[in-house]
Design a protein around this ligand. Sequence first.
Ligand code: OSB
Ligand code: MG
Length: 367
Amino acid sequence: MKILAIELHRVAMPLVRPFQTSFGTQLARDVLLVRVRGSDGDGWGECVAMTDPVYSSEYVEGCERVIRSYLGAALLAAPEVTAETVGDLLSFVVGHRMAKAALETAVLDAQTRASGVSLGEYFGAVRTEVECGVSVGIARSVDELLDEVGGYIDEGYRRIKLKIKPGWDLEPVRAVRELIGETPLQVDANTAYTRADIGHLRALDEFGLLLIEQPFVEEDILSHIVLAEAIETRVCLDESITNAEVAVDAIGRGATSVVNVKAGRVGGYLEAVRVHDVCAELGVPVWCGGMLETGVGRAANVALAAMENFTLPGDTSGSSRYFAEDLTEPFVLRDGRLAVPTGAGSGVEVRDELVREWASREPIVLR
Ligand code: OSB
Ligand code: MG
């Protein structure tokens, strides 16, 4: 289709509780939503970048800037745009994967809505609902952590992920393991450790964790290889995996034996499907990561997580874990699962009136 206009909306979304990681505390998401107006219809994409460049080099203002200065014009100038050609049309810009992903997702939503296909069908989903885990931030005390985790267990979450960092690891993990018994448990360090910590991280083996996610900085594949050899617990990469080729390389070298897939981090859902596929070929399971998405991004994540090789519960939590009110109909956990939307496109409707009401500034329209 022809892209007639690209709207950039900014919405302030307070989180129901502060989310603390090794890279800082988030109180709210500063959401950048992209709406493409196409000759065949409209579609939405959520940019998953954080406010600050602390998880990856991308951040919301930078994403908006690169779309306004470079990426938007490239799509608007093309006589014909499909989700499958967005990647090539935008490849003249190096990096900026989260910004590119938001645009590609909006085009994909418009295209699948127009043809009456759901994202699940488009991705080749094999299930109608997905198993859900929850990512739990660093708490002020172990007691507060146990309260929070206990609440999630009561809500039915099927896997707990704890954020860890030096000084907040063995003690909280031990306490949560005692609280939740056999419930699957994993940890995410968001690059907070160095190779000198490998001896210390080995102590995590006694807790029977599903995996340890991204202990070292994203470029440091070698330390992950050394850790994987030293520890029983499976090593899982998040930040390091920026596309399918990197995934193949990291798996081949023994740095990761399970992969966190985030569409924004790899440049879009089409590349996320490729990551899924290469991992499946190599016998490596994947799971769907999250970036505290609103319902707009969550709908696509849940559809992705319904693919065959997504065999571990994802960071695909219910809307209420993040927001008092969502920008779409809420995703509600039933028996620890979320239903994969079945309607055309992402299958959810963006609540225009909330996007307007909660906007942190006037929309920007590129033509
Ligand atoms: O490392 O997986 C991560 C949130 C923001 C940035 C990075 C990460 C996370 C999460 C939350 O762990 C996952 C979610 O519930 O969306
Ligand atoms: Mg992570």
